[in-house]
Design a protein around this ligand. Structure first.
Ligand code: ACO
Length: 180
């Protein structure tokens, strides 16, 4: 079968400065992605690929400017083996269409274990319903479980409960919040 050529230059992982090794992403999930999209770790140049535009689907994500964005990226990367942010890139535009993070909370309990917290899942409104959200959750859960997490948890609105149930999660306990 002939390979597809893309009019804009899709940037391969090897040409990017990544948050963590792409080898940590499940091969099964990579194989399940539509050929027009690619799942990879966040890169230091993703400010220019619409990272904040996609996050704004979820909540207010005002633009801090590229320098502050890159500085924050470096802060997350310096926290070794803690922050794992994934993006899904549309190969035809080299723009981000989906994002998600798992961060690992280290515990003394359960034999010095950890908990994976899934955060900030967002799929571009034009790309929802194409299983991108499901693939992001599968990839994040795989990272969490392979890092030794005894559980992977998240908070969500009632509206999104059916989505997370389809991703294999079940409702447990309550969330408490105090905003400043
Ligand atoms: N209600 C019921 N079912 C749903 C919903 C929903 N709100 N959303 C998705 N599903 C179902 C799909 O129909 C699909 O079911 P199927 O396997 O039977 O076909 C399955 O869940 C997987 O859906 P995806 O296509 O992978 O979902 P999508 O790519 O659209 O991503 C997401 C879902 C992330 C919730 C997306 O709609 C989105 O970005 N919403 C706005 C931002 C948001 O709410 N993010 C989650 C915040 S919670 C957090 O970050 C921890």
């Amino acid at each position: 079968m002939a390979s597809t050529t893309y009019s804009t230059s899709f940037t391969p992982d090897s040409a990017l400065d990544l948050l963590f090794s792409p080898d940590l992403i499940s091969q099964e999930v990579k194989n399940a992605m539509h050929p027009d999209v690619h799942i990879r770790p966040l890169a230091s140049t993703d400010y220019r690929r619409g990272h904040l535009r996609v996050l704004s689907v979820l909540t207010a994500s005002p633009d801090p400017g590229e320098a502050a964005w890159v500085s924050h990226f470096q802060t997350l990367r310096a926290l070794s083996r803690t922050y794992y942010t994934l993006v899904v890139v549309d190969k035809r535009s080299d723009q981000i269409v989906g994002v998600g993070t798992v961060f690992l909370e280290r515990k003394f309990q359960r034999g010095i274990s950890c908990v994976g917290h899934i955060e900030d899942i967002a799929v571009d409104s034009q790309q929802q319903g194409k299983k991108l959200g499901l693939r992001i959750i599968q990839a994040l859960t795989y990272i969490s479980e392979n890092s030794g997490a005894y559980k992977t948890i998240l908070n969500c609105s009632d509206k999104n409960i059916p989505f997370y149930e389809k991703c294999g999660f079940a409702k447990k306990e309550n969330e408490m919040a105090r905003y400043t």
